[in-house]
Design a protein around this ligand. Structure first.
Ligand code: NDP
Ligand code: GDR
Length: 378
């Protein structure tokens, strides 16, 4: 969809544009002809690596990607940016998005993930933009928490199990409330876990694909994980940002579950990632004593001996309260939005492993030529 002289370019504002989803969504909206504004936080080091390829020099004429300094904890900043941009669509993706970390920073998480959403809604209302600006709220399958029923749909009751999920529950309901109270086009996308080569390094899938690449290349001995019995419904972030856009293009504002409908354990994800480098695993023991060892290495490029310990459990990664099983029912999004994911789990693992192997092959080259490779933290 291009734009011509007669159709003014649509403007979108993305909070969290420097994150995984923000980067894929910005790319998608630019392709669709939007002018894309993003809010980025001031940080002591650059934090725009995921969108650098989309960046246009502001000194050139009419850049279509424009970044604003801001923070979801700062109401006046949010009001000013929305007033300046006058967006047709706001995608509220900004959040302290790590469930385990939310137990360490509960108040900050409530402020940014919960009240931050209110700040966006209230800014749109106060600025008289309720008839113009459509709002997407990044809701989450974490709302389902302690299993009430499976698969989980738009009608499944919530039972949040972390400060993150409780904050997101406030955000969910305040979005519904503003829609009903002020006739705003404001919607929740209840997205199940979605991953990609751009996934943050401390989320479990990316932690695994990075570690497996490094282990295969001889840069790391083993990986430490927490609860590998947990099961997640994993999709690819590229597919999921398409759904966010579709949610804002409907006649009526509604909430949608976005999921694949397939669930897999963390243990199985580990097995699939090792299989990508030709390594078969044997799991031994159980609970905190469970370990994984090389059963067979079928790829001569990676010389790992049979029996080598490659995975151990570390209780530090356990959560005080866990979400054990997520499996989404995407029937509504399939029928009403016509949304269908292109990636299945196997294709997702392949994509992530390909990217991380390439990344760490560069690292190995650096090491072999006497340079210090990147730092690696678990
Ligand atoms: P990321 O953690 O990759 O990105 C989060 C973004 O929010 C980053 O741009 C981050 O900035 C920004 N941010 C953090 N704190 C603030 C703040 N105080 N003010 C403004 N911006 C802030 O998350 P994802 O891209 O994976 O997720 C996007 C959204 O979707 C989040 O709200 C998340 O909770 C939600 N979600 C994610 C799912 C998933 O599986 N990925 C599933 C369901 C929901 P910086 O780069 O500076 O840290
Ligand atoms: P999640 O994602 O909590 O589902 O939240 P994460 O990848 O962090 O955890 C998934 C499951 O893996 C288990 N796990 C570990 N997790 C991490 N991070 N590190 C480990 O070492 C580890 N070992 C086992 C966890 O206990 C958990 O059960 C993500 C985020 O993107 C949220 O913002 C989003 O709302 C939800 O997905 C849907």
């Amino acid at each position: 969809m291009g734009c011509n002289h007669f159709t003014p370019m649509k403007k979108a504002l993305i909070t969290g544009i420097t994150g995984q989803d923000g980067a894929y969504l910005a790319e998608l909206l630019l392709e669709k002809g939007y002018e894309v504004h993003g809010i980025k936080r001031r940080t002591s080091l650059f934090n725009t690596q995921r969108i650098d390829h989309l960046y246009e020099d502001p000194h050139e004429t009419n850049p279509r990607l424009i970044l604003h300094f801001g923070d979801l904890s700062d109401s006046t900043n949010i009001i000013r940016i929305i007033q300046e941009v006058q967006p047709d669509e706001i995608y509220n993706l900004g959040a302290m998005s790590h469930v385990r970390v939310s137990f360490e920073e509960p108040e900050y998480t409530a402020n940014v993930d919960g009240i931050g959403t209110l700040r966006i809604l209230e800014a749109v209302r106060l600025l008289g933009l309720t008839g113009k600006t459509r709002i997407y709220q990044a809701s989450t399958s974490e709302l389902y928490g302690l299993v009430q029923e499976v698969p989980q749909s738009e009608r499944t009751p919530f039972y949040p199990r972390s400060p993150y999920a409780v904050a997101k529950m406030y955000a969910y309901w305040i979005t519904v409330n503003y829609r009903e109270a002020y006739q705003m086009y404001a919607c929740n996308g209840i997205l199940f876990n979605h991953e990609s080569p751009l996934r943050g390094e401390t989320f479990v899938t990316r932690k695994i694909t990075r570690a497996v690449s490094r282990i295969a290349l001889g840069l790391q001995e083993k990986i430490h994980l927490g609860n590998i019995d947990a099961q997640r419904d994993w999709g690819h972030a590229k597919d999921y940002v398409e759904a966010m856009w579709l949610i804002l293009q409907q006649d009526k504002p509604e909430d949608f579950v976005i999921a694949t409908g397939v669930t897999t354990s963390i243990r199985e994800f580990v097995r699939l990632a090792f299989a990508e480098v030709g390594i078969e695993l044997e799991f031994r023991g159980s609970g905190v004593n469970e370990t994984a060892h090389v059963l067979k290495c079928n790829n001569p490029e990676y010389q790992l001996p049979a029996g080598k310990l490659v995975l151990a459990i570390d209780e530090r990664y356990f959560r005080p309260t866990e979400v054990e099983l997520l499996i989404g029912d995407p029937t509504k999004s399939k029928t009403k939005l016509g949304w269908k994911p292109k990636y299945d789990l196997q294709a997702l693992v392949e994509d992530m492993m390909k990217a991380d192997l390439a990344l760490f092959k560069k690292d190995r080259l650096l090491e072999q030529s006497g340079h210090t490779p990147m730092n690696y933290y678990e």
